[in-house]
Design a protein around this ligand. Structure first.
Ligand SMILES: C[S@@+](CC[C@H](N)C(=O)[O-])C[C@H]1O[C@@H](n2cnc3c(N)ncnc32)[C@H](O)[C@@H]1O
Length: 306
């Protein structure tokens, strides 16, 4: 069942775009042809965090309600195998996961999933820490309050689309006041460039330092992202901040590409994809969320991401 069908023709094979497909994401993915999605950006329900449906039949298909962490990991790996099939060869997966405490113990769920996916053939390219400066306060007193989640960047093959320049961040390391050796002073001195100075011919240093210190668009994106929780939090739990999704989409796609979120929720991925001139495809188990996501996405007219 779908909220809308708009089909893109490609080699006589039809693939749905700009819509939200209602149902269990593995079942929906199974019905789709291979190699059409450029980038997957998603946040599955975390293990034992919340219950999205009070309908027994849907609850059984819902991720995050398994008895054991191993079942949760196994189901996710199984699903992502199917999603890898519909991903293009140069496509990427940006997977956001949070952890769970059970019996006073951290379960390490994000890494269990990451290693499961790696074993299944995904190439793990980066572990990104999403630091939430406005994380919910907690009452714990015998450990630090958790203020981060994981984002894993996976690729399907070694040759994948990654737009480095689209997500550069401001230079900070080599500021005028920086005392770091080899910083701006190194470049400012006569014969002090990597071509001519003591490091002449060292391309690693040249490329690395040039990129770090002087690239006009900023330095290469780092693996810690400081992003406050988003504002659209009333109608659905666990909503992505738009700026988080924006970073993944800018790095993983070009304009006109197709972005998939197999756990669409309130539709943040769809909205951001649309704002950035990309196509979206969502999958969502619960019909009322699918409707919400779809109507939120179709009503987007180019506003800045929050
Ligand atoms: C963490 S929320 C996603 C939130 C989303 N990133 C946003 O910004 O709104 C996870 C979503 O996955 C959905 N879900 C759970 N199990 C599912 C399944 N088997 N197939 C498809 N969607 C599922 C839930 O209903 C929920 O809306």
């Amino acid at each position: 069942m779908t909220t809308n069908w708009k089909l893109k023709e490609s080699n006589q094979i039809y693939f749905p775009i700009d819509t939200v497909l209602v149902g269990d994401s593995w079942t929906v993915a199974r019905s789709l042809p291979a190699s059409h999605v450029q980038c997957i950006v998603t946040s599955p329900p975390y293990f034992w965090h919340r219950e999205y449906s009070d309908d027994d039949e849907l609850a059984e298909q819902e991720f995050g309600r398994e008895e054991e962490p191993s079942t949760y990991v196994h189901k996710l790996v199984f699903l992502f195998e199917e999603l890898r099939r519909i991903l293009k060869d140069d496509g990427t997966l940006w997977l956001n996961l949070g952890d769970t405490y059970r019996k006073e113990q951290l379960l390490g769920i994000p890494w269990r999933v990451a290693l499961g996916l790696q074993d299944a053939g995904w190439i793990l390219r980066s572990e990104i820490i999403w630091h939430k400066p406005n994380a919910m306060p907690s009452s714990v007193k015998n450990r630090p309050t958790t203020a981060h989640e994981h984002i894993f960047l996976f690729s399907k093959t070694k040759d994948y689309l990654y737009n480095t320049d689209a997500i550069r961040e401001p230079h900070v390391t080599f500021s005028e006041t920086s005392k770091m050796r080899g910083g701006r002073n190194h470049f400012g001195k006569r014969n002090g460039t990597p071509e001519n100075g003591k490091n002449g011919g060292n391309h690693n240093l040249h490329d690395g330092r040039w990129d770090q210190a002087f690239h006009p668009l900023g330095r290469n994106k780092r693996t810690v992202w400081d992003i406050p929780l988003g504002k659209f939090r009333d109608a659905h739990f666990a909503v992505f901040p738009e700026n988080l999704v924006k970073t993944c989409i800018l790095a993983g796609t070009n304009e006109g590409d197709l972005v998939l979120d197999p756990f669409m929720g309130s539709g943040t991925t769809a909205c951001v994809a649309k704002k950035l001139g990309r196509h979206f495809l969502g999958m969502e188990l619960i019909p009322k969320y699918a409707e919400m996501a779809f109507s939120r996405a179709v009503n987007i007219h180019f506003q800045p991401c929050l």
